[in-house]
Design a protein around this ligand. Structure first.
Ligand code: GLU
Length: 551
């Protein structure tokens, strides 16, 4: 047995498989030309970041549009940062958005032939690859302590030398196999480092699917690939997992661009074909005029749960994210009158390069468009489910009379140009309070916002006659001409033209007496279609309100 093999056996005596065995167990996928295998590979550190939702949406879209496979891998090698249960939480949150993996880690058990899909379950796969790298002299045990590494760093800092563990500064890089064997036998703790052949005076070039050609300094760092806890580092796990899971395109955050030479170097060392890379731009935020990345510490909107808790519809959020992913989305949506993301010809090449700015106005615009198109029965369940979790009082109100609430939701809905007033479910409760008698009574007690220029006598006189004469169950046009007649008998103009010709002859215009009626019944100067509001309230309630106002 040669010395490197002896070393490998000493380090990993229980590893009996070879890389060839793994190649057989995870054969290349049978894919149609052009089909992409993508993945979303979050760490279970607590919550779904808005940027991760963006990335996963793109991974999913690339796979689906190409007839490929999208899978989910749980990257739980950083045990200190792992938060129990967050794997399930990530899966559940993504499911809200319809981003459901074809294969991968699922809390109830893995699905697919390329697993395990949770890195902590893949120890033996990493160890098998590392054992062979040791035999080939492309990985080695390193015995440096934290103090040894600190000394190397201090020396580099003092002499203004590029920091890191490389070349002449990689203390244990050139130990002989015999020396290593001896240290191991003596029980010296070790980690495994990659033996880099790179040269930082040279360049690595690669083509990013979004950014085109990128040229970066070669990697010459002997990075740690297996930690003392027996788990791999991200760099090594990425290379091994994406090779054996047969990923064809790595869609990941742009923060990984600088590490790509390390990954390409390792693919080369293993004689594996590297996948394509598509580094997704970060979502940015304007902070006092400066663009910066959304931060989970500083920005509530960095967590997807923020939007779900506020009651944004997931489809609206995705549509918004697609509009930042491909700037031609909006044009496509208006030309095709469709927000069906499965039909949008997404193109990874058309991704905007500079970090997309998160824009609440735009999110609200899309959210309103989407919400307006949801049929009433479906919206009813969505709002109720949301309210049960986030606004108990609202949920009780809804359930006190489901048919009544559906009528409210259905105002100016289910028609070609529906009303777009709700961006999120939490907008609905405040805008619909007035429909409920006890809540209107509270509004009345704190004062209805009648314009000061209308005297009480005019308001009361007009409303009294409305109570007596307003017709119910008629079409909007007939209802409105009846209201106009009442307005006219109280000194209001019934057409803009008449009013403009001689304003001093009138107490006001059509919009003015409409406002009186609107404020009286809804407590606000803006409301949904007044005729529909009145029909929903019904004569008894309208008359009760009028009686209380003029009392
Ligand atoms: N676990 C890595 C992260 O959460 C994944 C990066 C990748 O997609 O490769 O940043």
């Amino acid at each position: 047995m040669d010395k490197l093999t002896e070393l490998a056996e000493l380090l990993f005596p229980d590893v009996t498989e070879s890389i060839e065995d793994l190649e057989k167990r995870y054969p290349p996928r049978n894919l149609l030309e052009g089909a992409q295998v993508t993945r979303f590979a979050p760490s279970p550190t607590g919550f779904l970041h808005t940027g991760s939702l963006f990335t996963s949406m793109i991974s999913y879209t690339v796979a689906k549009h190409s007839g490929g496979v999208y899978f989910f891998r749980l990257e739980d090698t950083d045990t200190k940062r792992t938060i129990e249960g967050s794997g399930r939480e990530l899966i559940d949150q993504l499911a809200n958005f319809g981003i459901i993996a074809d294969e991968g880690y699922f809390p109830e058990g893995d699905k697919g032939d390329y697993g395990p899909y949770q890195q902590s379950e893949r120890r033996n796969i990493y160890r098998t690859v590392i054992k062979e790298l040791i035999k080939r002299g492309r990985a080695y045990p390193d015995f440096c302590t934290a103090e040894d590494l600190a000394k190397i760093r201090a020396f580099q800092e003092e002499h203004k030398i590029l920091p890191g563990y490389y070349g002449a500064y990689a203390r244990d890089r050139n130990l002989t196999p015999e020396e290593r064997i001896e240290k191991i036998k003596a029980g010296t703790p070790w980690v495994i480092r990659y033996y880099s052949n790179g040269d930082h005076d040279k360049k690595t070039k690669f083509v990013d699917a979004i950014r085109g050609e990128i040229e970066l300094q070669d990697n010459d760092q002997d990075i740690v690939i297996l930690k003392s806890d027996g788990l791999p580092t991200y760099h090594f796990a990425h290379v091994v997992d994406d090779h054996f899971m047969r990923t064809t395109m790595i869609t990941r955050g742009e923060e990984w661009i600088p590490s790509t030479p390390i990954h390409l170097d390792m693919f080369k060392a293993l004689s594996w074909k590297a996948p394509k890379y598509a580094h997704i731009p970060s979502i940015m935020k304007l902070d006092h005029g400066n663009k910066r990345k959304l931060s989970k510490r500083k920005d509530a909107e960095a967590a997807v749960s923020y939007f779900l808790d506020a009651g944004y519809n997931p489809h609206g959020i995705l549509v918004y994210l697609m509009s930042i992913a491909n700037s031609n989305f909006e044009e496509w949506a208006s030309a095709n009158k469709s927000f069906d993301l499965s039909k949008f010809p997404f193109s990874i090449k058309k991704m905007s390069l500079d970090g997309a700015l998160f824009d609440f106005d735009k999110l609200n615009y899309f959210a309103k468009e989407i919400m307006a198109k949801i049929p009433v029965e479906e919206l009813y369940s969505l709002v109720l489910d949301w309210a049960k979790l986030h606004d108990e009082e609202f949920a009780k109100r809804i359930e006190s009379d489901p048919a009544y609430f559906k009528k409210i939701l259905n105002i100016e809905r289910e028609r070609p140009n529906p009303r777009k007033d709700y961006a999120k479910y939490s907008d609905i409760a405040p805008l619909t309070r007035f429909f409920y008698a006890p809540l209107w009574d509270e509004m009345k007690k704190s004062g209805l916002p009648f314009r000061e220029s209308f005297d009480k006598a005019t308001i009361d006189g007009f409303l009294k006659e409305v109570g007596e004469k307003m017709p119910y169950g008629v079409d909007e046009a007939s209802w409105f001409s009846a209201i106009k007649e009442i307005g006219a008998s109280h000194g209001f103009a019934t057409s803009n033209k008449d009013y403009k010709a001689n304003p001093s002859a009138y107490k006001g215009n059509v919009s003015d007496f409409s406002e009186i009626l609107r404020v009286a019944l809804t407590g606000a100067v803006n409301s949904p279609n007044l005729h529909e509001v009145i029909e929903i309230l019904g004569k008894a309630e309208v008359d009760r309100r009028i009686a209380l106002i003029i009392a």
